[in-house]
Design a protein around this ligand. Structure first.
Ligand SMILES: *Cc1c(COP(=O)(O)O)cnc(C)c1O
Ligand SMILES: [Zn+2]
Length: 431
């Protein structure tokens, strides 16, 4: 038996090893590493937000941040869709139900344990390339804790980065170009010693943080759901749900069966739906025809990831196959009307991606893909923007550096980021 709280396990070669903020198998396997926790039962801690589930997070301490998922038994939309056991797990701002993720998406579930794990492992300062919900979540948790982060985004999208508290430890770099330019520049910034990439789906803290949705929804319902509904872009949240469900099965108190994963994407950009329907382990160019134009047309642009961890061992495809799941392609009009129905019946506004998930649930109920008396967990991955705009302050994140597309990360630019890093070395994170 291990003495450590957890080890990392590679499903490719079967090795287990201690965590040094490790993102890849040291033997080079093409597989997602997993955490294996010493505690096999779900033990709850009397701590705020997601740190209630700390025993199953790859961290030793906790943050004094009260922002976790909240679950409740739906009456409104459940009745509307003719479902008798619908648990909603909500990540966003909804004070009446205890929802305190003030940047309004479940990316805050990821940002909290990621920043804490990084600090505990002494791995350095994190770099994130996202002007969407992920970027905002990292800026917010930086603001709440003082943890330094480097965020690289296209200049045109920088106004999507705001927080509800000042975030003086964010180094925002805007790149005068598109997303690929800012991702490329972000990668270069990580060549500086002391700056590490966030790692996406490979980051176990990200996945276990998102996995708290399955833990919270299962606890609220008293057992594992039969079906789990979520809209996916990278699919990391779905892999996380699968892993959390396996832990709950091993616990023994919540039922023996994996929930079927019912995952949705937004038309016309639906690469995982197409690869699933074609029975392929790789996503091909034909799964993303006119990618740029398609991405521009979707309602929920957080779902437009071109490189999801689909075919990698224990990735999204394996999760779907293991659970006997299903994928849905949702049209904009259907997502919009599902979002309106949710707002009317549950009284909270949804992130467009969450509206896509609601539309898929509505379709599943109509077409009989799910039994009406089965137990359903709906992951409402974001919402409450309208409420947050009424109640909370909003601080735009100001750029620290502005870079031209294709500009090399050298000379003055490097010196500026080094200078910023040196200042951060003196900052203690408020854990
Ligand atoms: C990122 C995001 C998703 C998709 O999550 P993945 O883990 O990337 O599949 C869904 N909804 C919202 C609100 C998001 O921010
Ligand atoms: Zn391996």
């Amino acid at each position: 038996m291990v003495r450590e709280k957890y080890l990392l396990h590679c499903p490719g070669c079967g090795r287990s090893f201690p965590d040094h903020y490790t993102l890849d198998c040291p033997s080079g396997c093409d597989a997602l590493l997993r955490t294996t926790y010493r505690e096999r039962r779900l033990v709850l801690r009397d701590l705020p937000g997601i740190f209630r589930y700390k025993e199953w997070l790859p961290v030793e301490g906790h943050l004094k941040v009260d922002a976790g998922p909240v679950s409740y038994e739906s009456e409104g939309i459940a009745r509307e869709l003719g479902l008798s056991h619908l648990t909603v797990t909500f990540s966003g701002y909804w004070p009446e139900r205890g929802g305190r993720m003030e940047t309004c998406s479940f990316k805050e579930l990821e940002a909290q344990p990621t920043l804490l794990r990084l600090r505990e492992k002494g791995a350095g300062v994190i770099q994130v390339s996202s002007a969407g919900n992920t970027g905002r979540a990292f800026c917010q948790v930086s603001g709440l804790t003082g943890a330094p982060v480097v965020v690289v985004v296209p200049a045109a999208a920088a106004d999507r980065l705001w927080t509800t508290v000042p975030s003086p430890n964010v180094c925002l770099i805007t790149v005068d170009g598109d997303y690929s330019d800012s991702i490329a520049f972000g990668r270069e910034v990580c060549s500086l010693p002391g700056i590490v990439p966030e790692g996406g789906a490979k980051n176990v803290a990200r996945r276990d943080g998102m996995g708290t949705v399955m833990l919270d929804g299962t606890l609220a319902a008293g057992r594992l759901p039969d079906y789990y509904f979520q809209a996916v872009g990278s699919g990391t949240g779905a892999i996380a749900a699968w892993e959390a469900a396996e832990r709950l099965i091993a616990d023994g108190r919540f039922g023996p069966r994996l929930p079927e994963l019912h995952l949705s994407q937004n038309l016309p950009f639906v690469p995982m739906v197409r690869a699933w329907e074609a029975g392929r382990r790789t996503i091909m160019a034909e799964d993303m025809p006119d990618a740029e134009a398609s991405i521009a047309r979707v309602y929920a642009d957080v779902l437009t990831n071109r490189h999801p961890p689909w075919g990698v061992r224990d990735g999204v495809r394996d999760a779907l196959a293991a659970s006997g799941g299903r994928m849905y392609a949702v049209a904009n009009e259907d997502a919009r009307s599902a979002g309106r129905l949710f707002a009317e019946t549950e009284e909270i506004d949804l992130d467009p991606a969450a509206a896509v998930a609601v539309a898929s649930l509505s379709r599943a109920a109509e077409e009989g893909f799910i039994g009406p008396d089965k137990r359903i967990l709906l992951n409402v991955t974001g919402g409450g923007y309208e409420r947050a705009a009424e109640d909370l302050d909003r601080y735009p994140v100001e750029p620290y550096l502005r870079v031209r597309a294709g500009e090399a990360f050298a000379g003055d630019l490097q010196d500026a980021v080094r200078g910023w890093l040196a200042e951060q070395a003196g900052v203690a994170i408020r854990a």
